[in-house]
Design a protein around this ligand. Structure first.
Ligand code: SF4
Length: 517
């Protein structure tokens, strides 16, 4: 399908929008080999924004020719050759480290410009891509990391994720959206795909049609975090698996053509949905798809936060999956390689990345389970992690992120380890730390969210500090956490969170969670 750029004359366009009209973001792939040959200084600064479309951000300090690079992993499923390639790239070009992100992607740092063509070729050989992992385009499709093996899924979403991924991937009709665009497709009844914080989410549902119980989806639109967070709202529609593409296309066309392009701060789909209201948005979707059956029965039963620690039965008889803790999502490439080898030796070779920044090894036959778990790597990456370290998440933070105000991963790890040492609870408490209001580490849905900022001391020195937010959850449609008064200097964050948790421990009922409806 080709389309008119209907928004061009609609309103005043911001600077990014004017630049995007000069050149499609995806064309950066044609330029990168030339820049790789000629060196970092040959890249005009006004071209940096287009690198985002190749999943690349110029890493700070911005004069060293190094990049942060993100690889998409739709619904978190990696085959053996893909996992091996990701580990090799980390070892050869990423100084031996990689991060698992909150969108199930894999992220590197220190990637040298001159190595990019070789890296793209390696990824292509195994069917992986960095394309549109950033930029104003459809990002990685997230979903159930247990798709196809999950006793708690309504049906296997792998074929649907694959179709949606290929429909949008590198599709020039959708490579210039007002801003980033996040899709979730999941039928795990514990909302493993975090539907409510995505722009477009397909959630498990059933409906009796012509006397027959059909399994399909409900649809939520307009969710997102950052400074002004919104929970996605549900359309009154029941969508059969074969109609997912049509609905996804319709929603994305509305966003592309009517999403705001004047201010980037108001460019996400959530603002359009909020301004139009869900009824008008729904009507506009139906104008494109034709009538859809009204919503049926919501099959979501709760929310698991995206945590799958321990060994568990798959829906396939005699097979198990193992959920492993990767503290704050950072793992040595050698260890990632070791997990790929373990997956091959004891399972099918697949690995799965989780939006809680953890890993799953699936397809382990009963007779191999104990053998697998005897491997010494599980001492460093446990399947039953210490309580706070296991349920901690952190965004990239000021080590590498150009927008960060504070450190996150090291500080979060330090905090979690201190709490593990000092406090024992009968329920997990999820603590997520972010380095700015963008909330890539999803602090809004944490039991305790910690957000970095700078404050001035009485003698005018600028220091790292944090704000605390309590009571976030995606249970029953979701609730964002709420800010506690005060700004806490980084040096005091451990003692303040410790006090908060000790108060919780002293006052809670047995089994009571940090936040409950
Ligand atoms: Fe960077 Fe802010 Fe996102 Fe953290 S939340 S990765 S600091 S943009």
């Amino acid at each position: 399908m080709s389309y008119e750029k209907v928004w061009v004359n609609n309103e005043q366009l911001n600077k990014n929008e004017r630049n995007k009209l000069k050149k499609d973001g995806l064309s950066i792939f044609e330029d990168i080999p030339k820049y790789a040959q000629q060196g970092f200084d040959s890249i005009p600064k006004d071209q940096y924004m287009y690198f985002k479309y190749a999943g690349l951000t110029v890493q700070k300090p911005q004069d060293k020719g190094l990049f942060m690079m993100r690889v998409k992993v739709p619904t978190g499923i990696l085959h053996y050759d893909q996992a091996m390639t990701l580990a090799q790239i980390g070892n050869r070009y990423g100084r031996g480290t990689l991060d698992i992100t909150t969108r199930q992607s894999v992220q590197y740092h220190w990637i040298p410009l001159e190595k990019l063509p070789a890296i793209f070729e390696q990824l292509k050989q195994v069917g992986l891509t960095t394309s549109e992992a950033e930029g104003d385009a459809p990002r990685n499709v997230v979903g159930n990391p247990l798709a196809g093996i999950d006793p708690d899924e309504l049906f296997d979403t792998r074929p649907i994720v694959t179709r949606v991924f290929h429909f949008f991937q590198d599709n020039p009709d959708f490579s210039n959206l007002p801003r980033k665009y996040k899709i979730s497709i999941n039928t795990n009844v514990y909302n493993a795909g975090h539907a409510e914080i995505n722009d477009l989410a397909f959630t498990p549902a059933t409906k009796i049609i012509d006397g027959e119980k059909m399994a399909g989806f409900h649809v939520k639109v307009g969710g997102g975090l950052a400074a002004k967070p919104y929970l996605a709202k549900q359309l009154n529609a029941f969508v059969l698996p074969e109609h997912v593409i049509a609905v996804a296309e319709a929603v994305t066309i509305l966003y592309r053509d009517y999403g705001y392009r004047k201010s980037r701060a108001r460019a996400r789909l959530k603002y359009l949905v909020a301004d139009w209201g869900i009824k008008k948005f729904e009507q506009k979707v139906f104008e494109q798809t034709g009538p859809l059956p009204e919503a049926g029965k919501d099959e979501i039963k709760g929310w698991n936060g995206g945590f799958f620690f321990g060994s568990h039965r798959q829906k396939q008889h005699g097979l198990n999956y193992v959920g492993i803790s990767i503290p704050v999502g950072r793992i040595q490439a050698d260890d990632f390689l070791a997990f790929a080898e373990l997956a091959k030796n004891y399972g099918s070779g697949d690995l799965r990345t989780v939006n809680s920044q953890n890993l799953i090894v699936p397809d382990i036959p009963d007779h191999n389970l104990d053998l697998l778990l005897q491997d010494p790597i599980f001492k460093r990456y446990p399947i039953h992690p210490p309580q706070f370290s296991g349920y901690a998440m952190a965004c990239t933070g000021n080590e590498f992120c150009n927008l960060a105000l504070t450190n996150t991963k090291d500080r979060m790890r330090e905090l979690a380890e201190a709490l593990d040492h000092e406090i024992k609870l009968d329920v997990p408490v999820r603590i997520y730390m972010v380095g700015c209001t963008n909330s890539c580490g999803q602090r809004h849905i944490a039991d305790i969210g910690i957000q970095g900022l700078k404050i001035k001391t009485p003698n005018q020195e600028l220091i790292d500090a944090y704000e605390l937010f309590v009571g976030g959850s995606l249970i029953s449609g979701g609730h964002f956490n709420e800010r506690l008064k005060g700004r806490i200097p980084a040096t005091r964050i451990i003692s303040v969170v410790r006090q908060l948790l000790l108060f919780f421990k002293e006052t809670k009922e047995p089994g009571e969670h940090f936040f409950e409806f």
